[in-house]
Design a protein around this ligand. Structure first.
Ligand SMILES: Cc1cc2nc3c(=O)[nH]c(=O)nc-3n(C[C@H](O)[C@H](O)[C@H](O)COP(=O)(O)OP(=O)(O)OC[C@H]3O[C@@H](n4cnc5c(N)ncnc54)[C@H](O)[C@@H]3O)c2cc1C
Length: 123
């Protein structure tokens, strides 16, 4: 795919700070709602890795840790099987909580997979 801005599930390629914005805006994006709706994704990574797979992965782990810190003890639904979603789901599942991942496309994350493939089909 070369026209990422036209992809309804991406609406762009990755985030950037527009003139007048700051890393604090990324932190604001990561603020939970009612301590039940949590947000991961590269755009929420203000710690030096926004716009990257690394930032996405770190944000997923961060939100998995938040699930634990909030004491959420029921099943968790992760929306989006990008790197952030998959990282969150793996970390949450590792704590023993049930996790369901909902993905709109018929494939998983860009850049996933031990072979370095850019697209991994859902199986
Ligand atoms: C062309 C290109 C080249 C890149 N090159 C590099 C690189 O060399 N190195 C690097 O580190 N990073 C690179 N990146 C950036 C990196 O791929 C992203 O930062 C990272 O994949 C973002 O992961 P994410 O999980 O935050 O978001 P995404 O990968 O966008 O995951 C979000 C997921 O949510 C799904 N979704 C969206 N809406 C819904 C919905 N309503 N219901 C269910 N599912 C939904 C989407 O289908 C998607 O699978 C590149 C990106 C692009 C586009």
């Amino acid at each position: 795919m070369t026209r990422w801005a036209e992809d309804p599930f991406a609406l762009g390629s990755y985030s950037y700070l527009a003139v007048g914005s700051s890393p604090a805006d990324r932190d604001a994006l990561a603020e939970p709602i009612d301590d039940r709706l949590l947000f991961a994704g590269e755009a929420t990574s203000s710690g030096g890795y926004p716009g990257t797979v690394h930032g996405a992965l770190r944000s997923g782990v961060r939100e998995a840790e938040r699930v634990g810190a909030l004491g959420i003890d029921g099943p968790v639904v992760v929306v989006g099987a990008g790197v952030a979603g998959l990282a969150a789901a793996a970390a949450i599942a590792g704590t023993g909580l049930g996790v369901t991942v909902v993905e709109a496309r018929d494939r998983m994350a860009v850049g996933c997979g031990p072979t370095g493939r850019w697209v991994c089909p859902l199986t």
